[in-house]
Design a binder for this molecule. Structure first.
Ligand code: OTU
Length: 605
């Protein structure tokens, strides 16, 4: 297996194995050590890992070596992410190659393409119901196209991130088909209950992701005469990670994709990987152990590859996805900071940065070689419930959701409610960034200028907070809501499609024309992006501090000693002196600074 590799690479891999094996073996023993076949299973797994490492191309091995020598490479102020559906962005994987010039113009170094592996036939939750982890969606291209795309991106200095949907598979994945066919081994890949007793007990404590369109967490599967665990849609079957063969299969798929040039894995729904009766079945210790296993394997076999946690959970649960604080057992390199994102929008709705301050205060410093993923919008809804702890009262979140979701007539936002469930705080809000910030409803240049400032306030937050900022396709052009999904029977029930429009060619053509809304958004955003790149102190790991301000709507966030951002989240102009906010040592600290409504200032010294 490894014999094919040059000696020095074999030696390096052996060293990495020696370094990471203790954690790897310990976690696997905790998870599966009680099984009689554990040692044979482990030997088999490591054989596969060795073989997959041995199959990495010389180019990828060289990249691994460079990154192993500079493990914080992705925390730099030069990193910028961009997320898009293949279909909507380029039409196909090959079409995405044609968009690289656009990505480069913005300085993008990281491209997250939403699921492009073979999805379920029919509705596939935007590709998040995967039928095969090893095949490209034939509607989007071929295996060769993926290789060409990763090579082209690598050549352009852009890392490709792909989803690894760890938590579930489509009900037409070979494992689910086999289970339905009566294969006992494959039935054990899932959580299967012949009676209602256990599901009913779990339902007492487990939440709901899609309470409107997919109520409950279990689906009756007739050929199996059983209830199958389905956290998300009924066609997405949760995998049973108590079965080691599930993990081994995922490891093979991950390393296989890494060998095809995927550099980052977005580990979808990571919080849900382990079920425990009496709990909400999220963020369980075993889910973290599984991530520690994946990290150790990546460190051994493909150290240039990054793992990104998609755990949409309260702030206090987030840091654990980087691994244990002592640093012995690492997990993901990157983690979505969804409470920061939601709190930014909340601050606009409330004209008060209180929730934002609370989230920032609850966000600890990053461990070495780790980074938050900061963002304004993504393909999903803004889920307000992650802010429960900071908001203290669900009614407060309901008011924010109302502000964006159409219930509030005084609002500038043109959003759409998502999965409202009676008796609870509203679940989420959909809408493009431009629509939610009021660009869609703006009448006249003055209103439009305000909407533009609101947008830049949120982008600015993602750029200065300390993490890797990621743009969502179309936001750079101020793309608005797309209601075409309502005419598509499969999509109409899922309002998230309102923010999943096809790339707007006309707006793209107007991007350098400041007399157009697209040109104004693109110009303003590009100026911010450029400025960020020139400020090393905005790298993910530079220290961050909040300064006390006399105004609830004013957020004063410092990075290091020499950078300060002031953001006015209100419709009122504000004025202040730096000496009033504990920045008396700054030059000109006694001078009055005026901030227009929704204005943002970046100060350097
Ligand atoms: C993720 O989402 C994906 O981003 C969604 O697009 C998928 O529908 C889902 O998984 C299932 O694969 O809870 O932490 O809009 O925020 O479902 C995982 C709701 C998730 C999403 C939520 C999210």
């Amino acid at each position: 297996m490894l014999d094919a590799l040059p000696l020095h690479l074999r030696e390096q891999a052996a060293q990495r194995y020696a370094r990471h094996e203790p954690v790897l073996l310990d976690r696997l023993q905790r998870l599966y050590g009680h099984r009689a076949d554990f040692h044979a299973w482990y030997a088999d797994l490591m054989g596969a890992v060795g073989a997959l490492h041995g199959a990495r191309s010389p180019e990828l091995l060289a990249q691994d070596a460079r990154r192993a020598a500079d493990p914080a490479w992705f925390t730099s102020e030069h990193m910028l992410g961009y997320s898009a559906y293949v279909q909507q962005f380029g039409g196909s994987l090959r079409g995405v190659i044609g968009r690289i010039a656009h990505l480069r113009e913005m300085g993008v170094t990281y491209l997250h393409l939403l699921p492009f592996l073979r999805p379920r036939a029919g509705d596939s939750d935007g590709g998040f119901a995967v039928a095969s982890f090893d095949e490209v969606d034939p509607a989007l291209g071929s295996a060769a196209d993926l290789l060409d795309l990763t090579a082209a991106l690598r050549g352009a200095g852009i890392s490709l991130c792909c989803d690894l949907v760890l938590n579930h598979v489509a009900d037409d994945h070979a494992w689910a088909l086999g289970a339905k066919d009566g294969d006992a081994a494959l039935r054990d890949y899932f959580h299967v209950f012949p009676g209602r007793e256990q599901p009913d007990r779990y339902e007492q404590t487990v939440g709901q992701i899609f309470p409107e369109t997919a109520p409950g967490n279990f689906t009756w599967v007739d050929p199996m005469q059983a209830w199958v665990w389905t956290t998300f849609y009924p066609f997405q079957w949760d995998l049973n990670y108590a079965n080691p063969h599930v993990l081994a299969a995922m490891v093979r798929s991950l390393l296989g994709l890494a060998n095809r040039g995927v550099e980052v894995f977005r580990l979808d729904s990571t919080a849900f990987l382990w079920k425990r009766e009496g709990s909400d079945c999220m963020n369980q210790p075993e889910a973290h152990e599984l991530l520690q296993v994946l990290r150790a394997i990546v460190e051994i076999a493909a150290p240039g590859v990054l793992l990104k946690a998609e755990a949409i959970v309260p702030t206090r649960e987030l840091p654990a996805y980087f691994g244990d604080a002592g640093g012995a057992a690492r997990e993901c390199h990157l983690a979505y900071h969804s409470t920061l994102m939601a709190a930014g929008w909340a601050a606009l709705a409330e004209q008060d940065a209180g929730l934002l301050r609370a989230v920032a205060a609850a966000t600890p410093a990053l461990p070495p070689a780790a980074s938050w993923l900061t963002y304004v919008r993504c393909h999903d809804d803004i889920g307000w419930n992650v802010l429960r702890a900071e908001a203290e009262s669900p009614r407060r979140l309901a008011a924010i959701a109302d502000f964006y979701g159409g219930g509030d007539s005084a609002s500038f936002a043109a959003g759409v409610a998502f999965q409202t469930s009676a008796g609870r705080a509203v679940h989420g809000t959909n809408g493009s960034a431009a629509a939610l910030a009021g660009l869609e409803t703006a009448r006249g240049p003055q209103q439009e200028a305000c909407a533009l400032r609101r947008l830049m306030l949120l982008h600015g937050l993602a750029l200065v907070f300390g993490g890797m900022p990621m743009l969502y396709m179309g936001d750079e052009l101020g793309m608005e809501n797309d209601y075409a999904y309502l005419d598509d029977a499969e999509r109409a029930r899922d309002t998230r499609w309102v923010q999943r429009a096809p790339f707007d060619q006309l707006r793209y053509a107007q991007r350098h024309d400041p007399s157009t809304p697209a040109g104004r958004v693109f110009g303003a955003l590009r100026a911010l992006l450029e400025r960020r790149r020139s400020l090393p102190v905005l790298a993910a790991d530079a220290p961050r501090a909040l300064l006390e301000t006399p105004y609830p709507a004013l957020l004063a966030l410092a990075r290091g000693e020499r950078f300060l951002s002031l953001s006015n989240f209100s419709a009122q102009p504000l004025s202040l002196r730096l000496s009033d906010i504990g920045a008396g040592q700054w030059p000109g600290a006694g001078d009055v600074i005026a901030l227009a409504p929704w204005d943002m200032l970046w100060l350097e010294r």
